[in-house]
Design a protein around this ligand. Structure first.
Ligand SMILES: Nc1ncnc2c1ncn2[C@@H]1O[C@H](COP(=O)(O)OP(=O)(O)OP(=O)(O)O)[C@@H](O)[C@H]1O
Ligand SMILES: [Mg+2]
Length: 283
């Protein structure tokens, strides 16, 4: 996240891994024939995939497909009914429950509805994530300043969440998720409440997070967003993993999500290369 790269300068590397070269081929997340049942409701069935360290993966599928359930399993907020989930080398078993807080320190979360503390300022929201893990005060000040600068909100650090736009609130949520330097960022429908332009800005920011070496799992049911995606896409439906596609053809990232949505169908199919956008959205 320290670089000022835009996604237009970023092209997927071999196997759809990040252009940063951060992915080192080792699995940071592994699902092996996983079933998940809530009471009597089957949410996931025989799901197998793995994610390499530093990879950027989009999880897509309709409402109720099982996207959030997959993210919950990664966070060990749920445990598989059958099969095995291993995150950073730790198997998700009830026996390992005591070690879950330790694992969660390595995971940042971003949600559709932001989930900020409404009575705390932007900087207090971000600082809170460091306070709960016992970071020394001076270090907190430095880290909060760093991440708020990275998401372009340092000037608005004293505002309350309600004094920000939806996109700005989501950027605060991303800053809060990143301040503890997690190895994995789970973003569950982070663009679900945002207009297409703001959604694109948030995705650009997630790409920059990934450029710093953080593995990103991002869920969306929005087909337009998936079309613009040059990275790996996992499609789930009815609790099953339908496809796992590593997109080898670089998608033209210079075109924004809005361009894709309003472009003529032939162009939208990816035939036309557009000139690179010069400026980063939030540098
Ligand atoms: N806590 C729960 N108790 C019982 N069933 C649940 C629970 N959470 C989810 N489910 C069910 O599990 C299935 C998968 O839900 P999940 O939330 O993972 O879907 P999703 O793909 O994230 O959907 P959406 O796009 O609407 O967020 C659905 O059938 C849902 O009704
Ligand atoms: Mg969901």
């Amino acid at each position: 996240m320290a670089t000022k790269k835009t996604t237009t300068q970023r092209r997927p590397g071999p196997d759809g891994l990040g252009a940063s070269g951060a992915a080192d081929g080792r699995a940071i997340i592994a699902f092996h024939h996983v079933d998940l049942e809530y009471d009597d409701q089957m949410a996931l069935s025989d799901v197998t995939f793995s994610v390499a360290n530093g990879e950027f993966v989009c999880l897509t599928g309709p409402s109720g497909a099982g996207k959030s359930s997959i993210l919950r399993l990664v966070a060990m907020d749920a445990f598989p009914t059958k099969g095995q989930v291993i995150v950073r080398g730790m198997p998700a078993t009830r026996m390992n429950r005591g070690r879950v807080p330790e694992l969660r320190r390595e995971i940042g979360f971003v949600f559709q509805d932001f989930r900020l503390l409404e009575d705390r300022s932007v900087e207090e929201n971000v600082a809170f994530a460091q306070l709960v893990v016992g970071v020394p005060h001076l270090q907190i000040l430095q880290n909060v300043m760093r991440v708020l600068t990275q998401v372009g909100l340092y000037d608005k650090r004293h505002r309350l969440p309600r004094q920000l736009s939806g996109g700005e609130q989501q950027r605060v949520a991303i800053a809060r998720a990143m301040v503890n330097s997690p190895k994995i960022l789970l973003a569950d429908e982070p663009t679900g409440n945002l207009d297409p332009v703001t959604a694109q800005e948030i995705i650009d920011l997630l790409f920059r997070v990934n450029d710093s070496g953080t593995c990103v799992l991002f869920s969306t049911h929005d087909h337009e967003i998936v079309k613009t995606f040059g990275q790996r896409v996992l499609v789930v439906d009815g609790g099953k993993l339908l496809s796992d596609e590593r997109r080898r053809v670089p998608i033209d990232r210079s075109a924004s999500l809005v361009d894709h949505m309003y472009r003529a169908p032939a162009e939208a199919a990816g035939a036309v290369q557009r000139p690179a956008r010069k400026e980063p959205v939030h540098a």
